[in-house]
Write a protein that binds this ligand. Structure first.
Ligand code: ATP
Ligand code: MG
Length: 602
C-alpha cells in the first residue's frame, strides 16, 4: 500500500487522469510533450571526443550521454528514435513470420564450448565468473542460446520452418569503440535466426529476410545499398550486407552502375584488370640502395609502381609462412587471402620474423629460388616481367618473369578492387564508396546445428540437423547512420519515420494571452490527431528556440506569434527544405496531420 506522506492515510485507489499535461495515446505512448518538463539537454559546443557528425549531433541535441568507452545512456529524445527503428523492424519481422523472443544477456560458457566459439572468439567476448566460479559470457550474439532452445523444443519436420527474433542488448569488447552509437561496446541489436528442414527451404527464409531488410531500411528513409559480403569458408554469395552510403563509413563497397553487382570491398571480385607490361624482360640484377618500399623503388628505377611485383611474407595462423606476390600498385585483400588459406588467419610477418625465414631484410625478399610456399595474385600471371627483390640487401632484379625466373605454387584473386576497375560481371568500370553496415544477413548452414546437435525427424523417420540462417540489424547504428546522412551545419534533419516527434511547436511570446491560448489549442488538436508534438513552452527568447529546433531537427516547425495570429495564421517551416509557409490557424492541425501521414506513407 502506498502511504500519503505525513498523513497516515493511503493514496486514493480509484484511477484518475494524471494532472500533468503529457499527451498519451491509447497505447500509453507519449504523443505530446512539454519541453519544460522533459530531459533534452542541448549543448552549444561540439564535444571534443566526437569525430563524426552523427556522434557530435547526438550529444549536442541531448539524445545520448556517454557513461564509459563505447557505453551510452539513451536520453528520452534519443530513445524515441531508437524505438521508432524498433517498431519499423518489428512490423517487417512479424510480416515475414519471424516470432519475437527475448533471450538472456548472460550466458553459460558451456554453450560456447559446445559450439567451439569459447576458444575461437577473441577478446571481444566478455567473459567472467559468477560466485560459484562458473565461466559465463555476456552475449555478443545469440546463435548458441537460440540453437539450445531449438534443439530442446523442435522435434519434427512439422515444426519447421521457424524464425525467431529478438531486440536485445549485446556486448562486444570492441578494440576501438568510436563514433558514438556507430561502434559501441554495449549496443542494441535485432537478431533473427531461421531454422529449416532443407537447403531449398532455407533459401526461401533467407530471401524473406533479405526482403524484410530492404523494406525496413526503405521505411527508415535511408539511402542504402545491398552488397555481397564475405561468407568466410562457407563460400557462395550467401551473405549480404546492408550499407548506408556515407563518407564517414568504416566499410568500403564496390558497385557497378551498369549491372547490379555490388560487394563489400574486402570480397569484391577482380577479374582481368589491366597490368603493366615491361619493356625489358631479361633478368638483370641491379643495385637499389635503401629501396625497401615500392614508391622509393619505382622512383629510383624510373618505372611505374605497377611494374614492381611486391613480395610480402605472411604467417597463416601464426605458424605457416606464405610469400604473397602482388602488383606494386595494388593492395592485398586480407579477406580474400584468408579464404584462399581455407580460413587460416593471415598476418604480415614482422621484419624480424621475415628476415629470419627469408634470410634477407624486408624489401629485398625474393621469390627467385624461395623455399616457402608462393601464392600470387592473378594479375602477376599476366605481367610479362617485373621488378622483384634479389634476396640480397640493396639489390633487386628487373625483368623477372613468373614461371621462368621463379615458381608460383598457386594464383588467386587476392587484390583489392580500386575505383574504375572492371566489374566482374559486365566489365564496365566499378565505383568504390564508403558505407556503414547497418544490417547483415547470413546463411549459416549446419555449423551450429551440427556442433550442438539441433536435430529434427524427417518424414521417413531419420534425423537430420536443421539448416540455419542468422540476420542482424544494429538499432543504434541505424539511428546514427540516418543522422550521418541527414544533417546540415545547424543540426539534425530527421526523416519523418525516425523523428523523435513530428512537430516542434514554438510559441514565441508565451506571456501573450492569445499566443498561449492558440498554442494550447493547437497542441490539443495535434495530440488528438496523433501528431507527435514537442511543445517548446520554455520561457526563452525566440532566437534560442529556433536554434534548438534546428539542432533537434524535427521535420515540421510551427511558430505561433502575435504577428501571425493577427492574420489568423501560424508559420510553418520545413526543416529539410527550409521553406516557410503560413497555415490558417483553424485548419493548421489537420493540415499538419496530413503532411505527417503523407510523408510516412511516401
Ligand atoms: P562490424 O563489421 O561493423 O564490426 P559485424 O559484422 O561484426 O559488424 P554482425 O555480427 O554482422 O556485425 O552484427 C549485426 C549488426 O549489428 C551489424 O550489421 C551492425 O549493424 C550491428 N553492430 C555490430 N557491431 C556493432 C557495434 N560495435 N556497435 C553498434 N552496432 C554494431
Ligand atoms: Mg556483419
Amino acid at each position: 500500500m502506498i502511504m500519503e506522506p505525513n498523513s497516515g492515510r493511503a493514496f486514493p485507489v480509484a484511477p484518475q487522469d494524471a494532472p500533468y499535461e503529457t499527451k498519451i495515446n491509447s497505447y500509453g505512448e507519449v504523443i505530446g510533450q512539454r519541453l519544460s518538463a522533459y530531459l533534452a539537454p542541448t549543448l552549444k559546443e561540439t564535444p571534443a571526443e566526437a569525430e563524426v557528425a552523427s556522434h557530435k549531433l547526438m550529444i549536442r541535441a541531448g539524445l545520448i550521454r556517454k557513461l564509459a568507452a563505447g557505453v551510452y545512456s539513451y536520453l528520452p529524445m534519443g530513445l524515441r528514435s531508437l524505438r521508432k527503428v524498433e517498431r519499423i523492424i518489428r512490423a517487417e519481422m512479424n510480416r515475414y513470420k519471424a516470432r519475437e523472443v527475448l533471450l538472456p544477456a548472460v550466458q553459460p560458457a558451456e554453450l560456447w564450448k559446445e559450439s567451439g566459439r569459447w576458444e575461437k572468439y577473441g577478446p571481444e567476448l566478455l567473459r567472467f565468473k559468477d560466485r560459484h566460479d562458473r565461466d559465463c559470457v555476456i552475449g555478443p550474439t545469440h546463435e548458441e542460446v537460440i540453437t539450445d532452445i531449438v534443439r530442446r523444443e523442435i522435434r519434427s519436420f512439422r515444426d519447421l520452418p521457424l524464425n525467431l527474433y529478438q531486440i536485445q542488448t549485446k556486448f562486444r569488447d570492441e578494440i576501438r569503440p568510436r563514433f558514438g552509437l556507430m561502434r559501441g561496446r554495449e549496443f542494441i541489436m535485432k537478431d533473427a535466426y531461421s531454422f529449416d528442414a532443407d537447403e531449398a527451404s532455407a533459401d526461401v527464409s533467407y530471401r524473406d529476410m533479405y526482403q524484410a531488410y530492404v523494406n525496413i531500411f526503405h521505411n527508415c528513409g535511408l539511402n542504402f545499398a545491398v552488397v555481397e559480403a564475405d561468407s568466410g569458408a562457407i563460400g557462395g554469395s550467401y551473405s549480404h550486407e546492408f550499407m548506408v552510403l556515407a563518407d564517414t563509413g568504416e566499410d568500403a563497397l564496390a558497385f557497378c552502375e551498369s549491372c547490379s553487382y555490388a560487394a563489400n570491398l574486402e570480397k569484391a571480385e577482380l577479374r582481368d584488370y589491366p597490368v603493366f607490361q615491361a619493356a625489358e624482360t631479361e633478368l638483370t640484377k641491379v643495385r637499389t640502395p635503401g629501396c625497401r618500399h615500392v614508391p622509393q623503388l619505382a622512383a629510383f628505377l624510373k618505372t611505374e609502381e605497377a611494374g614492381i611485383i611486391k613480395s610480402m611474407l605472411f604467417m597463416a595462423d601464426d605458424v605457416s609462412p606464405v610469400l604473397v606476390l602482388i602488383p606494386g600498385d595494388r593492395a592485398i585483400s586480407l579477406v580474400k587471402l584468408k579464404n584462399f588459406l581455407d580460413g587460416a588467419a593471415p598476418a604480415l610477418a614482422s621484419p624480424e620474423v621475415a628476415e629470419k625465414i627469408m634470410g634477407v631484410p624486408m624489401g629485398f625478399v625474393t621469390p627467385v629460388g624461395a623455399k616457402v610456399r608462393i601464392v600470387a595474385d592473378e594479375g602477376v600471371k599476366r605481367m610479362n616481367a617485373g621488378v622483384v627483390g634479389a634476396g640480397e640487401a640493396d639489390y633487386h632484379y628487373t625483368g623477372a618473369k613468373p614461371g621462368r625466373d621463379f615458381d608460383v605454387d598457386a594464383y588467386a584473386d587476392l587484390a583489392e578492387v580500386k575505383e574504375a576497375d572492371p566489374c566482374p560481371r559486365c566489365g564496365k568500370p566499378l565505383h568504390v564508396r564508403r558505407g556503414i553496415e547497418v544490417g547483415h544477413v547470413f546463411k549459416l548452414g549446419l555449423k551450429y546445428s551440427k556442433a550442438m546437435g539441433a536435430l529434427f525427424a524427417k518424414p521417413d523417420g531419420t534425423e537430420a540437423p536443421v539448416v540455419m540462417g542468422c540476420y542482424g540489424i544494429g538499432v543504434g547504428r541505424t539511428v546514427a547512420a540516418s543522422i550521418e546522412q541527414n544533417h546540415d551545419s545547424d543540426g539534425i534533419i530527421w526523416p519523418m519515420a525516425l523523428a523523435p516527434f513530428h512537430v516542434a511547436l514554438l510559441p514565441l511570446q508565451l506571456q501573450n494571452e492569445a499566443v498561449a491560448q492558440a498554442t494550447e489549442r493547437l497542441y490539443d488538436q495535434l495530440a488528438s490527431l496523433g501528431v507527435e508534438t514537442l511543445l517548446d513552452d520554455r520561457n526563452e527568447r525566440p532566437g534560442l528556440k529556433f536554434k534548438d529546433a534546428d539542432l533537434l531537427g524535427l521535420p515540421l516547425r510551427v511558430a505561433v506569434s502575435e504577428k501571425s495570429l493577427a492574420k489568423g495564421q501560424v508559420e510553418l517551416k520545413d526543416r529539410r527544405s527550409r521553406e516557410v509557409t503560413m497555415l490558417d490557424l483553424e485548419t493548421a492541425a489537420s493540415a499538419l496531420a496530413d503532411m505527417v501521414k503523407n510523408s510516412l506513407s511516401g
